[in-house]
Design a protein around this ligand. Structure first.
Ligand code: NDP
Ligand code: MG
Length: 379
């Protein structure tokens, strides 16, 4: 039977690649719903190609042109952020791909899990902000949360068939666009420089998060919740070629790694087809292009965000919700040219110092913390 799929954030980097995979395998997938924030033109094109039951545009002012563009098709058109969350929880959906960016992904993840949907999760911020709550709900509703993030997909692939305890997992990090920029010059780098990622083509927010290594801090948190590992068993290693997507070290000293070109089609396909594999257009691996794979420890002076994220994970409560909110505000400010690159981490530190940390948070506490932390970060 075909899997019935909702893609939240179908117009983004992950969303577009997901749409390609769904279009390439109509025998396996039926597209139920696609959603976007404001890009109604691309959403309309995608709807024409995949003929979903419905589409949702989060920004309500674009409902009218979208509705008009699709008036000759039997596609229902909805608008608003609540409708995005409802789309992933609809009765006729089997799997919800959450490819939303940032905090906006949290409620849709929660609603999909509560409705018993398998979640293919690209939106790592769901787990960063409220990992304890999300995984508790997933356990309660017996719902699989399958990672799309390449590192976590790699770990999942390494763990298939294994039941013995792990010594540790090793997340690989490219080091981002600014890895070779001399430290004194980091203060004055432009958004364009920070957006020029050497290995991966991704949305703007995660590309900046890669340059600060906030992204790798988020991935430590993601690994903690997905694989139930204590933070000290999650290491990070710089690996500039991005060929090894991550590794697992077992208690006998054996290491398993998953390798491949940096191409998100592979982990997206795996999340959709797990534990099977799909064919993708990814070419055979060009070994001659990679005569050496190199590794080094993370420089904590260049990348202070990694340590900050680990501290927040240990602190618990709403600390990571605050960190995420401050980071979202700061990244938007940096991309708009209002602050410098190093101010991103400074904004995070300042916000963490001032925000209240609420212990044992409920969903409402996370919502409150997100709003308040944004206000502090914007000061
Ligand atoms: P993009 O910015 O490219 O896409 C985001 C998508 O979400 C778009 O469809 C956008 O719509 C929509 N969207 C944005 N804001 C809202 C909102 N407030 N309400 C509803 N919809 C919204 O992001 P990416 O695809 O790069 O990243 C998505 C997630 O996947 C992130 O959590 C990221 O960390 C994670 N990820 C991404 C990877 C990548 O290769 N890109 C790799 C690993 C993880 P519109 O187009 O209309 O603006
Ligand atoms: Mg990743």
């Amino acid at each position: 039977m075909r899997q019935r799929v909702a893609v939240l954030g179908s117009t983004g980097s992950i969303g577009r690649q997901t749409v390609e995979i769904l279009g390439a395998h109509p025998e396996l997938f039926e597209t139920i719903c696609l959603t976007a924030c404001s890009n109604w033109q691309l959403l309309a094109q995608q709807a024409r190609a995949l003929e979903p039951d419905s589409v949702v545009i989060a920004c309500k002012e674009f409902w009218e042109p979208l509705q008009e563009a699709l008036s000759d098709l039997p596609v229902k058109v909805f608008a608003g952020e609540d409708a995005v969350a409802a789309a992933g929880a609809a009765g006729n959906v089997d799997v919800t791909v959450n490819a939303l960016v940032g905090y906006s992904g949290l409620l849709p993840t929660v609603r999909a899990i509560e409705a018993g949907k398998k979640v293919a999760l690209a939106n790592k911020e769901s787990l960063v902000v409220a990992g304890e709550l999300v995984m508790r709900l997933a356990h309660l509703h017996r719902v699989p949360v399958v990672p799309i993030d390449s590192e976590h997909s790699a770990i999942l692939q390494c763990l298939v068939g294994e039941s013995s305890p792990l010594r540790r997992v090793i997340l690989t990090a490219s080091g981002g666009a600014l890895r070779d920029v001399p430290l004194p010059e980091l203060r004055s780098v432009s958004a364009a420089q920070a957006l020029a990622h050497p290995n991966w083509s991704m949305g703007p927010k995660i590309t900046i998060d890669s340059a600060t290594l906030v992204n790798k801090g988020f991935e430590v948190v993601e690994a903690h919740w997905l694989f139930r590992l204590p933070p000290e068993k999650i290491d990070v290693l710089l690996h500039p070629q991005s060929v090894i997507h991550s590794m697992v070290e077992f208690e006998d000293g054996a290491l398993k790694a998953q390798l491949g070109l940096p191409d998100m089609h592979v982990p997206i396909s795996y999340a959709l087809s797990f534990p099977e594999r799909l064919s993708t257009p990814c070419p055979p691996f060009p070994w001659a292009d990679f005569p050496s794979l190199t590794f080094s420890e993370v420089d904590q002076i260049r990348y202070p965000a990694l340590g900050l994220t680990r501290d927040c994970l240990l602190a618990g409560g709403t600390a990571l919700c605050t960190l995420n909110a401050a980071n979202e505000v700061a990244v938007a400010d940096f991309l708009a040219g209002r602050i410098g690159f190093l101010d991103i981490v400074e904004t995070i530190r300042r916000t963490l110092d001032r925000a209240e940390n609420i212990p044992n948070p409920s969903l409402e506490d996370y919502i409150h913390c997100n709003t308040e932390s944004r206000k502090i970060a914007q000061l």
